[in-house]
Ligand binder design. Structure first.
Ligand code: PLP
Length: 381
């Protein structure tokens, strides 16, 4: 992904920093548009994956909607030109202030996750003399076969309304005058690379739709969330995920009623591959079975390996040595989990070498912290 000109250009740039390839982002967005428009699907971008202004402006310019999980994300989406009628607000714990932000902006939809939340939205909407559009986030109890920290669609997870509660939800909805049911929402998890997991979701949505139909309810909007994964092992082989197969699976398996619209909320699959974390080697020291390459980026810049045991492909951009050795690539933070990879085969690595950690566009910079009083990373586009 890195040419020699780029390495030359950044030789003297202070590290660590995030490097974003906006051309790749645009190519990805073009394909998302082409593939989703074949079926008139609506795609919202999940801001939580990366909410940098430059990234959001690019995504907005392709006409995607915004999927927000906080009041501040709604505010940012509005500031950057996402229209209110394309903003959805999800999250298991929306505060009153955040709900009010959504109401004031007349957003497209609140994805509601519990009965108490429905009643609070109703109350707050009533105070403003508004009707809030809502979708019920239903826990589909579908396995996503991804890391358990990023599985969301099982009954044991905190997300969504379980099926046995639906009867009760419908009764309560009849008493709430300031919310209007317009959709059903689902999201089974993240970094899903085996598309057959989405097949399970489609079949479950069909079943749940049938249940609603039997209760004389047809909502206008079905939202199947996000979760399409990216290739972390070999990013260069698959810089753009297979959106064609993804959307066509839904077209084949999900039964929409006439006039129903299908929505998606994609985060990682849109921005994941366009970001690279660039770092330099501070020290190389001998371990018992391995060498440690201690780099100047740590879990403060990229927490995914420490948090989810996530794999990111690591390259030494400067060493042209053809002897390969084993290295544990670790950060400088005072935590043993501050490690990016164990026993990785890299060309002989020395102090000052430039290290690229690939596929960091999603859930990378947005999760950066100032632990150890470190500075937040800079980004270059
Ligand atoms: C995080 C999240 C998404 C986006 O997930 P990706 O795996 O990044 O595509 C979509 N919808 C909801 C409700 C989410 O919480």
């Amino acid at each position: 992904m890195f040419s020699f000109e780029i390495i030359e250009r950044f030789k003297n740039t202070p590290t660590p920093f995030y490097y974003y390839n906006l051309e790749l982002l645009k190519d990805t967005l073009r394909i998302v548009k082409e593939e989703s428009e074949k079926y008139n699907y609506h795609v919202h971008y999940a801001l939580k994956a990366n909410s940098n202004v430059e990234i959001l402006e690019t995504i907005q310019s392709y006409g995607l909607g915004a999927d927000c999980v906080s009041g501040n994300e709604i505010t940012r989406a509005k500031e950057l030109g996402f229209p209110s009628e394309k903003i959805a607000f999800a999250g298991v714990g929306k505060s009153d202030e955040e709900i009010n932000t959504g109401l004031e902006n007349d957003i497209f939809c609140f994805n509601c996750e519990s009965i108490p939340e429905l009643t609070v939205i109703d109350e707050l909407a009533q105070k403003k003399n508004k009707i809030a559009n809502i979708a019920l986030r239903i826990n589909p109890n579908v396995e996503a076969n991804t890391h358990h920290y990023i599985t969301t669609g099982l009954e044991e997870n905190k997300f969504g309304i379980n099926r046995w509660e639906l009867e009760n939800v419908l009764e309560i909805l009849q008493t709430l005058k300031n919310v209007k049911l317009i959709g059903l929402h689902f999201h089974i998890g993240s970094q899903i690379t085996d598309l057959s997991n989405f097949k399970g979701l489609c079949l479950r949505v069909n079943e749940i739709q049938k249940w609603f139909y039997e209760h004389q309810i047809i909502v206008k909007h079905i939202n199947v969330g996000g979760g399409l994964g990216i290739n972390y092992e070999n990013p260069k082989q698959e810089l753009i995920p297979d959106f064609s197969s993804y959307f066509s699976l839904f077209n084949d398996l999900l039964e929409l009623r006439p006039q129903q619209e299908l929505h998606f909320e994609l985060g990682r699959s849109i921005v994941g591959q366009c970001g690279t974390l660039i770092s330099k080697v501070l020290y190389v020291k001998k371990g018992i079975n391995t060498n440690f390459a201690i780099i100047d980026a740590g879990m403060t810049e990229l927490i995914r390996p420490a948090l989810y045991q996530a794999f990111h492909k690591i390259e030494n951009l400067t060493s042209i040595d053809d002897v390969n050795e084993r290295y544990d690539v670790v950060g400088p933070i005072c935590e043993s989990s501050d490690s990016f990879g164990k026993a990785l085969l890299l060309p002989t690595t020395t102090r000052g070498d430039m290290i690229a950690i690939n596929s960091c566009g999603a859930y990378g910079e947005v999760m950066a912290s100032q632990y150890n009083l470190r500075k937040l990373p800079k980004s270059i586009y």
